[in-house]
Write a protein that binds this ligand. Structure first.
Ligand code: 5GP
Length: 228
């Protein structure tokens, strides 16, 4: 039976992971495939890296500007991550959600917690796991843009971030980028279109749901990574 799908309100797709687990690559790919998705451009006080574009990757601001925004209550959440401030502006989220547009967030566990507490029904939380700790470390060390002490801090923060996998509805092990992406889009599409079949949507949704289900062993993987 055909059913109209309740897509009148958008969703918050919250993606977290330790840095170096491939979150940015996966998020970018989802954005490229689904133009109805909007990326939430965060504000940050950290220095801009080569290749980053102001207004696309982040809004790069001074600590003064950041603190003014905090005082004016312009952030839906803000947090200190590796000694820099990061914040998600509130106004664009509400506008997008009420217009039925989905917003994707690349935030740490603190941001994920704050956003999902604020929008509990609208949040879809996805956590990306590295295949193992050694490969995570290797990827972090390959990021030549950061100084060695910054890399050490990032490693520590990566382990801390991993501890929070249990707060996410979906875990994706990024052992293979195409497989990981396939799962991510399945999770997103299942949320967006539900489990009803729609002739205008060319994705076999039951199949997608099965693939999401097949990802269950990722929980055991996560527990092994954090030594639980
Ligand atoms: P990076 O500096 O490597 O771009 O990001 C460092 C960490 O900060 C990542 O885990 C990223 O997800 C997180 N992050 C980016 N924007 C925000 C934000 O607006 N709020 C929070 N809480 N974390 C953020």
């Amino acid at each position: 039976m055909m059913q109209s799908v309740a897509a009148d309100r958008g969703a918050l797709v919250i993606v977290s992971s330790p840095s170096g687990a491939g979150k940015t690559t996966l998020t970018r790919r989802l954005l490229r495939e689904f133009p109805q998705l909007e990326f939430s451009v965060s504000y940050t006080t950290r220095p801009q890296r080569t290749g980053e574009v102001n207004g696309r990757d982040y809004w790069f601001v001074t600590p003064e500007v950041f603190h003014e925004m905090v005082e004016r209550r312009e952030f839906a959440e803000h947090a200190l991550v590796h000694k820099n401030l990061y914040g998600t502006a509130q106004a664009p989220i509400e506008t997008a959600l009420s217009a039925g547009r989905d917003v994707i967030f690349d935030v740490d566990w603190q941001g994920g917690e704050a956003l999902s507490e604020r929008w509990p029904r609208d949040s879809l939380k996805i956590f990306i796991l590295p295949p193992d700790l050694a490969s995570l470390e290797k990827r972090l060390r390959q990021r030549a843009t950061d100084a060695p002490e910054v890399i050490e801090t990032r490693l520590r923060k990566a382990r801390e971030e991993l501890e929070h996998f249990g707060e996410y509805q979906h875990l994706i092990v990024n052992d293979d980028i195409d497989r990981a992406y396939d799962l991510m889009r399945s999770i997103y599409l299942t949320r967006r279109y539900g489990v009803v079949d729609r002739p205008d949507v060319s994705y076999p949704l039951a199949d997608l749901a099965k693939r999401v289900d097949a990802n269950r062993d990722s929980d055991a993987h996560a527990r092994k990574l954090v030594g639980r």
